[in-house]
Design a protein around this ligand. Structure first.
Ligand SMILES: CC(C)(COP(=O)(O)OP(=O)(O)OC[C@H]1O[C@@H](n2cnc3c(N)ncnc32)[C@H](O)[C@@H]1OP(=O)(O)O)[C@@H](O)C(=O)NCCC(=O)NCCS
Length: 177
């Protein structure tokens, strides 16, 4: 999988490439304990590290390693959606997301994840988008459900629940997870 950086409309939000001017928003997010908890945050969350991560986004997308986009509202970064761990044979990838603490409970994650996963399953070339959700993360479970993800493996009260959103074409081509 190789991606050129897209811009994806999601109602009042725009999913767009990272820019150096988003550095402080990224830094702040990396220091948020609830975002750190999901485990995709580098140990070095300095401004320089954020700048380096942003600078690498285009290369990661071109190489098919990851596609990371800003959830933008009115020109400001309010969160992130991304896909990584791409399995080219199954045409599947692992989606992740976060919304800045002061921007939550406004429907931003739901709108962004629905639009991004829909794009990945059409223009993005994937057949399946997988989400791994901690049982305590009620908000993310709702985000996934509302965005069209179905439970693939229920982790119950203690283990990670795995959810998947598939394209209709992908289901026909490759019915097994
Ligand atoms: C999870 C997260 C992305 C939700 O973002 P958000 O923009 O507040 O989500 P939304 O406003 O779209 O809300 C989605 C649903 O969750 C519910 N919700 C949001 N925050 C909640 C909370 N703290 N407790 C319970 N429900 C919550 C909303 O009411 C909504 O439910 P509904 O669809 O029944 O109306 C955000 O809390 C976050 O960034 N958390 C830390 C990072 C993280 O957990 N990432 C996901 C890893 S899989």
């Amino acid at each position: 999988m190789h991606w050129l950086m897209p811009e994806i409309e999601a109602g009042e939000l725009l999913l767009r490439p990272w820019q150096i001017t988003d550095r402080d928003a990224l830094c702040a997010a990396w220091q948020d304990p609830t975002i750190r908890q999901i485990g995709q945050v580098p140990s070095d969350c300095s401004a320089l590290a954020a700048q380096r991560w942003i600078s690498g986004a285009v290369l990661r997308a071109e190489a098919g390693v990851a596609l990371d986009l800003v959830i933008d509202r009115g020109g400001h970064c309010v969160g992130e959606v991304g896909v990584s761990h791409v399995d080219n044979q199954r045409r599947a990838g692992l989606i992740g997301w976060w919304v800045a603490a002061d921007q939550r409970r406004r429907g931003y994650a739901t709108a962004a994840v629905r639009a991004f996963s829909g794009w990945l399953l059409s223009e993005g070339g994937l057949d399946a988008v997988v989400a791994e959700i901690d049982p305590a993360n009620i908000a993310s479970r709702r985000v996934a459900e509302t965005s069209g993800f179905l439970v693939l493996r229920d982790g119950g009260a203690t283990d990670t629940t795995v959810m998947v959103r598939r394209s209709p074409q992908g289901t026909a081509r490759n019915p097994q997870p």
